[in-house]
Write a protein that binds this ligand. Structure first.
Ligand code: GDP
Length: 439
């Protein structure tokens, strides 16, 4: 689902890699790529522009925590905005009344009848009695199709093959439900291949006559912007309560999922991801945003970092890195902060692709203990000036911390490597800055 969009967004975030903060200059290219990715995914241009403008405003000038990269922070911002774009909160369907009536509308081929079966099965699992109603008076095959589904899921199907009046059929079906103790009535109406005045009038009349507690519009997500336009036309006439997006298992580009809510101002309530009766999900905007971003749980990782990280401390350390003054006190402080974020295995598991890789690996939460012990055995002066740590001092550290000389040497080597990387990064950003100033 949305593979292309995910890949393109990922590429957009990568343009921010290695940047110390998000500024007008470095964010412009990323924003442009995000916008292009959205438009390519068939998101309405106006919607794509509005959302990327918001993303830019959000991102500008945000200090980047040392715990996360600018790219990761950007993922979080985009995630928040996409979630909002798709409605923010999950919205449930309203099943009320005795019997409660759910009316389905949509074009032919949208997956309406299949969805009727899925919804019936979904409601039946909640131990409510359901009646499916075949109201397509034009295609006898549609009645048969619903009957086959009904049999499959063990739900009764009401139909009147000789009656050509959908309003009458619906009313009769509701009477039948009352007499036969069916608590929820799902009405599958006739669709057409395209918007058609007669179809609209017919379904309007049905809605007026039976007053459903929920009217749903079913649409094929693969039709992209057409889906959005059709939704708008149906909504203008029917004022429906929610949208069902079907065929999200196919190579839908995601545009409909992203644009419908803001164009039509009605929530998506269900998504259908296959022909089987089980392939139905409630729609959660936040989960969908995560799937679109294909980002594993980076979002929770950034959220945790935002909650746990002491920003002032992060800034102080950032300054020290820039001045090539990072020492063992700073190293210890970083370790403390990482530990505050929680169980190590959980943290590593949040990095995309890692959770499977570390499934059977034991990550010891005490892994930091010897390192901490060694650093704590250093004098104040040694922590500030690691160069002082010669052979005899290292032997003393090993003894004091209950480790061995090998472990102390390893730590020294790691620390020196880290400082080397920091120095190189500093040099690179200085030359880059210099070149930008010259240009
Ligand atoms: P209707 O004309 O709106 O009632 O549409 P149908 O329910 O008959 O569906 C049209 C076709 O789309 C059928 O072949 C269904 O099996 C298929 N279909 C429906 N929903 C989905 C879905 O979520 N994914 C896929 N791949 N196919 C679907």
């Amino acid at each position: 689902m949305f593979d292309n969009l995910s890949t393109k967004l990922d590429r957009a975030f990568k343009t921010l890699k290695g940047q110390g903060s998000i500024t007008e200059i470095n964010v412009a290219a990323t924003i442009k790529e995000i916008r292009r990715a959205l438009v390519d995914a068939d998101v309405n241009y106006k919607v794509a522009k509005e959302v990327t403008d918001k993303i830019k405003d959000e991102a500008m000038g945000r200090d980047v925590l040392t715990a996360v990269s600018p790219g990761q922070l950007m993922v979080k911002i985009v995630y928040d905005e996409l979630t909002l774009l798709m409605g923010g909160e999950k919205q449930d369907i309203v099943i009320k009344g005795d019997p409660a009536v759910v009316l389905l509308s949509g074009l032919q081929g949208s997956g309406k009848t299949t969805f009727a079966g899925k919804l019936a099965s979904f409601i039946k699992k909640q131990n409510r009695t359901v009646l499916l109603v075949a109201c397509d008076v034009y295609r006898p095959a549609a009645i048969d199709q619903l009957k086959v589904l009904g049999e499959q899921i063990g739900v009764e199907v009401y139909s009147e093959p000789e009656n050509k009046n959908p309003v009458e059929i619906s009313r009769n079906a509701i009477d039948y439900a009352k007499k036969n103790n069916k608590k929820v009535v799902i009405i599958d109406t006739a669709g057409r291949l395209a918007i058609d005045e007669q179809m609209m009038r017919e379904i309007e009349a049905v809605k007026k006559a039976i007053n459903p507690s929920e009217t749903l519009f079913v649409v094929d997500s693969m039709t992209g912007q057409d889906a959005v336009n059709t939704a708008k036309t149906f909504n203008d006439r029917l004022n429906f309560d929610g949208v069902v997006l079907t065929k999200l298992d196919g190579d839908s580009r995601g545009g409909a999922a992203l644009s419908i809510r803001s164009v039509v101002e009605k929530p998506i309530k269900f998504i259908s991801t296959g022909e089987k009766m089980e392939a139905l999900d409630m729609f959660y905007p936040d989960r969908m945003a995560q799937r679109i971003l294909g980002m594993g749980d980076v979002i929770s990782l950034v959220e945790r970092a935002q909650q746990q990280f002491d920003e002032d401390e992060a800034k102080r350390i950032n300054q020290k890195i820039r001045k090539n003054q990072f020492n063992f006190d700073d190293f210890l402080s970083q370790l403390e902060q990482i530990k505050k974020m929680g169980n190590l295995k959980d943290l590593v598991g949040m990095i995309p692709g890692m959770s499977k890789a570390i499934k059977d690996v034991d990550i010891d939460d005490d892994a930091f203990k010897p390192i901490e012990a060694i650093i704590k055995s250093m004098t104040k002066q040694e922590r500030a000036q690691p160069e002082l740590l010669n052979g005899s001092r290292r032997r003393r550290l090993a003894k004091g911390s209950g480790t061995d000389i090998q472990q102390v040497n390893n730590l020294m080597k790691q620390f020196e490597d880290m400082r080397k990387v920091m120095r190189t990064m500093n040099k690179m950003s200085q030359t880059k800055g210099g070149m930008q100033q010259m240009a």
